[in-house]
Design a protein around this ligand. Structure first.
Ligand SMILES: O=P(O)(O)OC[C@@]1(O)O[C@H](CO)[C@@H](O)[C@@H]1O
Ligand SMILES: [Mn+2]
Length: 447
């Protein structure tokens, strides 16, 4: 194979690089998150007692002992351990550890500070789940639920104004003149983008809800969008219109969800808009099968959010909720939670390691990937040159036209113009990790 065809990607971000964002995350933020999980389980002792009797209290102690042991391993950079629960993905996790072990230099064991950041961070959340699965009868306890529901309740004003905006847009929408829908589309896409700032992992669980209506701040936030491929997303939506003909027009849209709370509302809002005006004929939502990165959406969060919205005494919120329940009931909307979304793999591994999911996504016309962790997995969480084209960083992960909708909270970013990163770094040292900047970054289907 000619030399230029051998494409060796740069190293994975890792805590082995002292002082790096990965290092600070593994040293400080992950132990903080883990301690909050332990405290939450401890505070729920009485409810476990009421619900399960003494076995519930024994289970609480058992889970806390597993988690405290893991925290010590993390803080003293011990080797990662094979998973010992017998879940559907246990073998996949343990095979992945072997893969990572084979990549370690000098035969060092895989460990918290020496292995790739993406791997060890995902591994921590899966070990939290292992601690609960090994502690019946509290196996299905979600230690992050309080934070996720609080984020929903404390974003009520923003949610109400967003639902009101949607009803206003739909009341005045001229669905026969699709071009007239471009501006509302742009606004709702940016609302969904900025909804990604409300994530409880970057805040290590600190309250991080949306207080004001995002619609009013879009123009102020516009300069912070470093890449804006909204028009390319729009042209994918319009192409389905032109080939619409007589049958039901609109794309099949897949949204790879990120955070519960306000961000999930923004995703449901734009999905409802696209279906209601005929730009999408079906929407597949993809969430997580276990609690993940503190605030990521699980099936329970998804269903709870739709029900809460429906039950609201705010008329526009409740009418949105009623409509969303209708979409779910008639199959226009569907929810999926494939295991791959809570594995540590880079997305370029999906064709080999989750061929069924990759094949399913190939049936999509447009895939929206929400958030920072999805961006890290799309690009492999590697120290790429900032000007590398996005499709190169995807390394063959091209199931369908896709777009990352992401606020920057980790130091990986590609597809920038020459000089753009240098200018940003001169203005704002932590431009890649503060969440102040964002991208709407598109990659079309393979030529
Ligand atoms: O995917 P999200 O919710 O936008 O962000 C996830 C995140 O907060 O967690 C990791 C840091 O702990 C980073 O990927 C990112 O900062
Ligand atoms: Mn998240």
């Amino acid at each position: 194979m000619a030399a230029e065809q051998v494409f060796i990607p740069p190293p994975s971000l890792s805590a082995k690089f002292e002082g790096s964002f990965a290092y600070l995350t593994v040293r400080d933020r992950l132990p903080t998150i883990l301690t909050k999980v332990i405290d939450t389980i401890y505070r729920n002792k009485n409810s476990f007692l009421e619900k399960h009797g003494q076995v519930g209290v024994d289970a609480e102690k058992r889970a806390i002992s597993f988690l405290s042991k893991m925290r010590n391993e993390l803080q003293t950079d011990k080797p990662l351990l094979l998973l010992s629960d017998s879940a559907e993905d246990t073998d996949a996790w343990n095979r992945y550890m072997k893969r990572q072990q084979d990549l370690m230099e000098d035969g060092q064991p895989v460990s918290w500070f020496k292995s790739p950041w993406l791997y060890v961070e995902c591994y921590m959340y899966r070990r939290i789940q292992e601690a609960l699965w090994l502690s019946p009868p509290i196996c299905d306890y979600d230690a992050f639920e309080e934070g996720k529901t609080r984020s929903f309740f404390e974003s009520q004003q923003a949610i109400m104004s967003l639902c009101t905006d949607l009803r206003t847009i739909l009341t005045s929408a001229d669905t026969q003149n699709k071009d007239s829908l471009f501006q509302p589309f742009l606004r709702l896409l940016q609302v969904s983008l900025w909804g990604n700032r409300c994530d409880l992992s970057i805040s290590a669980g600190q309250e991080n809800s949306q207080k004001t209506s995002p619609m009013e701040s879009l123009s102020d936030l516009r300069p912070f969008i470093l890449i804006d491929d909204s028009e390319q997303v729009w042209s994918v939506l319009m192409s389905a219109q032109r080939s619409g003909g007589t049958e039901k027009t609109g794309v099949r849209l897949d949204i790879i969800l990120d955070n519960a709370g306000f961000e999930l509302l923004t995703d449901l809002i734009i999905a409802d808009f696209l279906v209601s005006v005929g730009l999408a004929k079906e929407v597949h939502f993809h969430g997580k099968s276990i609690p993940w990165f503190v605030s990521d959406v699980t099936k329970r969060d998804f269903n709870w959010t739709v029900s809460q919205t429906t039950a609201s005494n705010h008329k526009h919120m409740s009418s949105c909720g009623v409509q969303w329940k209708r979409h779910l009931k008639n199959g226009t909307w569907s929810y999926h939670d494939h295991r791959f979304w809570t594995l540590p793999h880079e997305f370029c591994d999906m064709p080999a390691d989750a061929a069924d999911l990759y094949a399913a996504l190939q049936g999509s016309d447009l895939i929206l990937f929400k958030g920072d962790l999805n961006y890290r997995r799309l690009t492999g969480d590697r120290a790429w040159e900032h000007t590398l084209p996005f499709e190169r960083a995807l390394r063959g992960f091209r199931p369908a036209p896709l777009c990352s909708i992401r606020t920057l909270k980790a130091n990986v970013q590609v597809g920038l113009k020459p000089g753009q990163a240098e200018k940003l770094a001169s203005q704002d040292a932590d431009w890649m990790t503060s969440g102040r900047y964002a991208v709407i970054q598109f990659c079309g289907s393979k030529e």
